[in-house]
Design a protein. Structure first.
Length: 217
């Protein structure tokens, strides 16, 4: 269905105008890589996926822009249209509200940009776990701008390493990729003390991962 046909979408005052504008901007950004129809489809899918869990509609436009842009970037990487000059790591947990977000933030900090990281959830929550945000702030990492995102095939295809954390068989298996499963407690029902413990366990795992990728933490 085209954007112009989707009048009356909930969540934004004039969602069809915003979605058409975003699709046009991304079509220009990815000109020569994707046709406008592909871009429009990705914008609509991203909007619909995030709308399901959106609780603060004022944040939706920014999140859809970031999510759709990152998905198109991942797809371009997977197709070889964008050169990847650093390893690509994808973290996946169930809600993308705790473990995978902490792992992504720690990887980004410890690698100092020498690893590109994404995270996603098999059943994403509406927002990050407040205890996780607090535990990360305590070690000087601000995850306040992060948000849960649904797992999509494009980010799996773009990854060199896929790390799962209690999300079962949600990830598609592609040849040539490295898969690991980290057994970690889910912070959802943990005290702040136990969230700190999980955070530190994740840091240990991340340091080992970076070492295996020949990246010094």
């Amino acid at each position: 269905m085209e954007i112009s046909e989707r009048r009356g979408l909930p969540g934004l005052a004039y969602p069809e105008e915003y979605l058409k504008r975003l699709a046009a901007e991304l079509s220009a950004q990815f000109a020569g890589t994707f046709n406008p129809e592909t871009v429009e489809r990705y914008v609509l899918e991203s909007y619909t996926a995030l709308l399901r869990t959106a609780t603060v509609k004022a944040l939706l436009t920014n999140r859809v822009t970031r999510f759709a842009t990152d998905r198109l970037t991942a797809l371009a990487q997977a197709k070889g249209a964008l050169v990847r000059d650093v390893p690509e790591v994808l973290y996946v947990c169930e809600q993308n509200a705790g473990r995978s977000q902490m792992a992504a933030a720690l990887t980004d900090q410890l690698s100092e940009g020498r690893v590109h990281v994404r995270s996603a959830g098999s059943m994403p929550a509406a927002d990050l776990n407040p205890a996780v945000v607090q535990a990360m702030e305590e070690i000087g990492i601000d995850v306040g701008q992060a948000f849960p995102k649904p797992l999509t095939d494009d980010v799996v295809q773009a990854a060199d390493v896929v790390i799962t954390m209690g999300c079962g068989d949600a990830c598609a298996i592609y040849p040539g990729k490295r898969y690991e499963d980290w057994e970690l407690d889910d912070p959802e029902s943990l005290s702040i003390e136990d969230v700190r413990r999980v955070r530190d366990e994740i840091r240990d795992h991340v340091e080992q991962l970076l070492s295996s990728l020949h990246v010094t933490a």
